[in-house]
Design a binder for this molecule. Structure first.
Ligand code: MN
Ligand code: MN
Length: 464
């Protein structure tokens, strides 16, 4: 190699550019590949927040976690978990330091954009049976037509019995679908703005086309569909009022690309951070600081409701921890540090115009540290302080984590939020960290295995 010039040496010393992990540390490719096999299973097992909680509890129990009991006594290394209404979860490993020294909190969300059934969803039109839906979270509606959909959810029957529904995931199961126009007749539809390519009230899901055999019945196609649901689950039409049914892409998680470097799946926002956070939590044995790993619900609709971070359920949990040592909770909170672990928009070479290339996150450059989110001048953002940025970057660099910094798109191009501001509102130092995603909020999102692996490594180091 030719000797470096003085200028090249100085540039090396003073400037900064983020390396591509594939080039810089090719040995990580195999480690990342292995790690992501478990991640793909997590994605397939948890397509709703409830399923994620159920699967996470299964993993936690297997790893020695027990339900948290307020008022019990715990020692360093003890592992507990708490489930909030079946839709959010908190896991803790007690640390060596007193709680007053602060917690290490890692919060990810396990709800994803989808199509919820309306309370009165079933109808028949022109001898076809359908479900009416109301979309949940930010979707681009046109992306949800003509793809196979699966039906997931719970129904509370009149007798108090809870029935779990899952159709479209097992080999041989039927799936469901929203239709769209053929190009031959789409002339007028093509003139619509893209956001109205399919309109909200056009997201109607085909559930049947054969009639129940009885000329006296007014809506025989709907009746046959109801009969089949009744045979399988014992439910009636009125039970939909006591239900939460989510229609999600039926596609399973899979490798993408000839080199298999990417994972394609539904719901990677934000189950990619949920999985890496959960694995880091379970792999932590005797941490310095007590850990609080949160898998929360409702982020996609603004963290509302009592299973979302805008509610006090996490605060109450930390109050219960404070009570164990008989100290005011505020003394724990102000010394705590939180990673709000959520995805960011990866730079997309096909659509470069919406990104500012110097301040975007890229595939295969590691986990992305996001100082602030929000829109229109950081509005609605948690803007992390320089001191906290210093601490978190220090933790990652010490552990050899590949990380990058990124904003979500150009200034005034759009924006978004996370749970960060809700944790920060409890007087906790909080910053966003997560995985860059391509096609975020689409039925099939892409993430890089190397980025997933390095996010796990960052979370592990955070819990050291
Ligand atoms: Mn998210
Ligand atoms: Mn999201």
């Amino acid at each position: 190699m030719p000797k470096k010039t003085k200028g090249q040496e100085l540039a090396e010393k003073l400037t900064w550019s983020v390396p591509n992990i594939g080039k810089d540390a090719p040995k990580q490719v195999e480690k990342a590949r292995k790690f992501c096999e478990g991640y793909k299973k997590f994605l397939d097992e948890g397509k709703t927040e409830r399923e994620c909680v159920r699967y996470a509890v299964k993993l936690l129990e297997k790893n020695g976690y027990r339900p948290f009991e307020a008022g019990a006594s715990y020692q360093a290394g003890d592992k507990v978990y708490y489930v909030n209404r079946g839709k959010s979860l908190i896991a803790t490993t007690f640390g060596r330091l007193p709680l007053e020294e602060g917690l290490r909190i890692n919060g990810a969300h396990i709800d994803s954009p989808r199509l919820d059934l309306k309370p009165n969803p079933m109808y028949e039109k022109d001898e076809m049976a359908y479900f009416k839906t109301h979309y949940y979270g930010g979707i681009r509606k046109y992306q949800w037509g003509t793809i196979p959909l699966a039906m997931h959810g719970v129904v509370m029957k009149k007798n108090g019995e809870k029935v779990e529904i899952c159709i479209g995931e097992k080999e041989g199961d039927p799936v469901f679908c929203i239709t769209d126009l053929l190009p031959h007749l789409a002339g007028k539809q093509n003139e619509r703005p893209l956001r109205e390519g399919l309109k909200g009230e056009e997201l109607n899901i085909v559930i049947g086309s054969l009639p129940y055999q009885d000329d006296q019945v007014k809506e025989p196609v709907k009746l046959l569909a109801l009969e089949l649901l009744n045979q399988q689950y014992g439910i009636t039409e009125a039970d939909f009022y006591r239900a939460e049914i989510e229609m999600v892409p039926a596609q399973k998680a899979c490798d993408v690309g000839l080199d298999r470097s990417l994972i394609g799946a539904y719901g990677q926002d934000d189950r990619v951070c949920a999985y890496t956070a959960l694995m880091a939590e379970m792999d932590t044995d005797m941490p310095e600081h007590t850990t609080v790993t949160i898998l929360t619900d409702k982020e996609e609709i603004g963290s509302e409701g009592n299973t979302g971070l805008a509610s006090s359920y996490v605060l109450h949990y930390i109050q219960d921890l404070a009570d164990l040592e008989g100290i005011p909770v505020r003394r724990i909170l102000k010394n705590s540090m939180c990673l709000s672990s959520d995805v960011n928009a990866a730079y997309d070479p096909t659509f470069p115009d919406v990104y500012e290339s110097r301040n975007s996150s890229y595939i295969n450059k590691g986990c992305v540290l996001t100082k602030y989110t929000g829109a229109r001048g950081k509005s609605s953002s948690n803007d992390a302080g320089a001191e906290l940025m210093g601490k978190v970057i220090g933790i990652m660099e010490e552990a050899g984590v590949y990380w990058q910094a990124g904003e979500l798109g150009k200034v005034d191009e759009g924006g978004g939020g996370t749970i960060a501001k809700f944790v920060a509102a409890m007087d906790v130092d909080t910053v966003d960290l997560g995985v860059p995603i391509l096609s975020m909020h689409a039925p099939f999102e892409l993430a890089s295995k190397l980025d997933v692996w390095n996010t796990y490594k960052a979370f592990r180091a955070f819990y050291k």
